[in-house]
Design a protein around this ligand. Structure first.
Ligand SMILES: Cc1cc2nc3c(=O)[nH]c(=O)nc-3n(C[C@H](O)[C@H](O)[C@H](O)COP(=O)(O)OP(=O)(O)OC[C@H]3O[C@@H](n4cnc5c(N)ncnc54)[C@H](O)[C@@H]3O)c2cc1C
Length: 378
């Protein structure tokens, strides 16, 4: 293989999004991973306005209505149709290398990526999109982490009843806090019903979540089962090599208080690719630095810190107060909800959303929110 401009490690949403964007900038780009070309196994949801970041030909299942903690949300929601999304990314012209990245050697003129098969691939810039494994960015975070966990079943739409109505998405239907029901329509007239623990350290186990789900919906014969477990408190400052751009979950881009990252990587990937392409006019180290700066510019850093505070606040609340807390959140004006949930560049609005919730909740909750800064996660 000739020397490439960019090698992307990992073929999840972050890897494909940034690789496709790099090709769009005219850069010779490869994606390396053990599962390149395979359809993602997780159900990925994004806000309706984030769908624009998907490649041409990608399909989604849009919810007809969206409910959050009992309120109707004036914002669309869509679930990715993974086979069509991956096929659309694959059609863009990225070189696919099915292999595992073991390490990479970085120098002033670029990098050499060392693969499990023994092959070595030379390139100017490496993007580490290896998810929580953070293969080139310090490895998996250690210790007991704050985790999001969920246990879900896929059933036919005709088999569900209230509070889930066919075609609609439900966030946070509270039964017995701290867990809630997350329900989304899937392609092919199916629904995912997922008992979810937003954040706990350590995460609530699948056994308990399964029992809670079955207590809620009764016995079902699922078409498929989904188990979710991932850390929320991945640092935004991974180990850095001068020729490497961490991206996606590997870069700590997962929202600390919601667990979302897919919409954000779709929106951010083109900026990262543009920055790398511009930097390559000078040299690989400049290009990688510009790519990193496009991921974590000052605005997103402040937003991330505020959201981490939000995570601490969540962890400090007694479970019985969670529905009230999220009710106050979903009563906020839509632009403030949007900023907190999915805008990386709007620190003012994110702070205003947090202040809005603080003002709206009773004093018992306010007290807990104030002292939560004394018990930081991790
Ligand atoms: C079940 C589940 C459901 C989720 N649902 C949502 C959702 O609805 N919306 C949302 O925004 N977020 C969701 N998340 C959270 C988060 O956005 C996802 O974890 C998302 O997959 C992160 O994307 P990523 O591309 O950064 O990492 P990943 O999707 O984890 O991709 C990492 C890639 O790196 C590859 N890799 C690993 N090691 C190596 C190696 N040594 N060499 C080469 N390649 C390697 C892997 O094979 C994989 O392809 C969910 C998470 C889970 C686990």
């Amino acid at each position: 293989m000739e020397r490439l401009d960019v090698v992307v490690v990992g073929s999840g949403p972050a890897g494909w999004a940034v690789a496709a964007a790099c090709v769009g900038e005219g850069l010779a780009t490869a994606v390396v991973g053990p599962k390149v070309g395979e359809v993602w196994g997780s159900t990925f949801g994004v806000w309706g306005d984030q769908v624009d970041g998907l490649p041409m030909g990608a399909k989604v299942k849009r919810a007809t209505k969206v409910w959050g903690s009992g309120r109707e949300l004036r914002r669309g929601y869509a679930v990715l149709d993974n086979p069509s999304v991956v096929a659309a990314f694959r059609a863009i012209g990225v070189v696919e290398v099915v292999d595992k990245v073991v390490t990479a050697e970085f120098g002033p003129r670029g990098a050499t990526v060392v693969l499990g098969s023994g092959r070595r691939v030379a390139c100017a810039v490496v993007v580490d999109a290896s998810g929580f494994r953070r293969v080139l960015s310090g490895g998996p975070v250690r210790g007991t982490r704050v985790e999001q966990t969920a246990y879900g079943v896929v059933v036919r739409s005709s088999d569900v009843g209230p509070p889930v109505h066919s075609g609609e998405a439900v966030f946070m239907d509270w039964g017995l806090p701290p867990t809630f029901l997350y329900a989304v329509p899937l392609p092919g007239d199916r629904v995912l019903l997922e008992e979810t623990s937003l954040a706990a350290r350590p995460g609530i186990g699948w056994g308990e979540l399964k029992d809670r789900l079955h207590a809620r919906i009764g016995p079902v014969s699922p078409l498929a089962v989904e188990r979710v477990r991932f850390p929320l408190d991945v640092p935004a400052t991974p180990v850095r090599h001068r020729g490497c751009v961490p991206f996606g979950a590997a870069a700590g881009m997962v929202h600390p208080a919601t667990g979302y990252s897919v919409g954000d990587v779709l929106a951010t990937a083109p900026r990262v690719a543009t920055a790398i392409a511009a930097g390559l006019a000078r040299d690989p180290v400049t290009a990688a630095g510009a790519g990193r700066a496009a991921v974590w510019s000052p605005g997103p850093r402040v937003v991330h810190a505020l959201r981490r505070y939000g995570l601490r606040a969540l962890l400090g609340l007694p479970p019985r107060r969670l529905p009230e807390f999220f009710g106050a959140f979903f009563d906020l004006p839509e632009p403030l909800q949007r900023a907190y949930l999915s805008e990386r560049e709007r620190p003012r609005e994110v702070a205003a959303a947090m202040l809005g919730v603080f003002r709206a909740v009773p004093w018992e909750i306010r007290r807990k929110l104030l002292v939560s800064r004394h018990s930081p996660p991790g």
